[in-house]
Design a protein around this ligand. Structure first.
Ligand code: GRF
Length: 193
């Protein structure tokens, strides 16, 4: 199988990045992580990229040419899929248009519920009985694009943010690879890559 090049965008710990790198070692997994982009020079995920000999770039979103540079880097590396994994910046509209239907994100809630930041505290405040994670296409609105896959669990009465995060992230490590596999199985997506 010829793997397609993927780029993972991170801002923090990078546990989803690590999971995708591990999965991509499997010859039947459709992508190779070719590039890691971070807007945060201190992101722990950068160490993961380095340890796995994956090219990484730190971007400064305040620079005037950053959008053009970023698009050029992605094109130069022949990136077919962009996976956002804890990337805490809004992507430039131009990039989303250029990579239409090729940018996906993982979010720690059952979208369309609880878009945006502080998801776990919102879930607790609302006394939800069920939660989970969503992998979705990225469009120009926040946490809004078409959902590719969701995984859920029922919440116990005695829970805190840590508990929610642990359980949700365990599901994320299953959901993100599954979503990528299902994308590459879809004829419509394959045609465009
Ligand atoms: C994930 O839980 C994801 O849902 C959210 O950001 C978190 C990133 O975690 N978008 P990590 O950096 O992959 O550990």
């Amino acid at each position: 199988m010829v793997k397609k090049n993927a780029c993972v965008f991170i801002s923090g710990k990078g546990t989803n990045l690590k999971n995708l790198i591990d999965k991509s070692r499997d010859s039947s997994f459709p992508i190779k992580i070719k590039l890691v982009i971070s807007n945060n020079i201190n992101a722990l995920g950068i160490k993961i990229a380095r340890k796995n000999s994956i090219t990484y770039k730190i971007i400064n979103t305040k620079l005037r040419n950053y959008e053009t540079n970023l698009i050029n880097i992605l094109k130069f590396n022949k990136i077919s899929l962009i996976c956002l994994a804890g990337y805490m910046k809004i992507l430039p509209k131009r990039l989303i248009r250029k990579f239409e239907n090729k940018v996906i994100n993982i979010h720690p809630s059952l979208l369309p519920k609880f878009k945006g930041l502080n998801t776990y505290s919102k879930i607790i405040k609302r006394r939800e009985v069920k939660t989970g994670c969503s992998v979705h296409f990225v469009n120009e609105k926040l946490d809004d694009g078409k959902i590719i896959i969701q995984k859920s669990f029922f919440i116990n009465q005695n829970y805190d943010e840590n508990y929610l995060k642990n359980r949700t992230q365990k599901l994320e490590y299953l959901a993100y690879p599954e979503a990528i596999i299902s994308l590459f199985r879809s004829k419509k997506f394959k045609k465009k890559t």
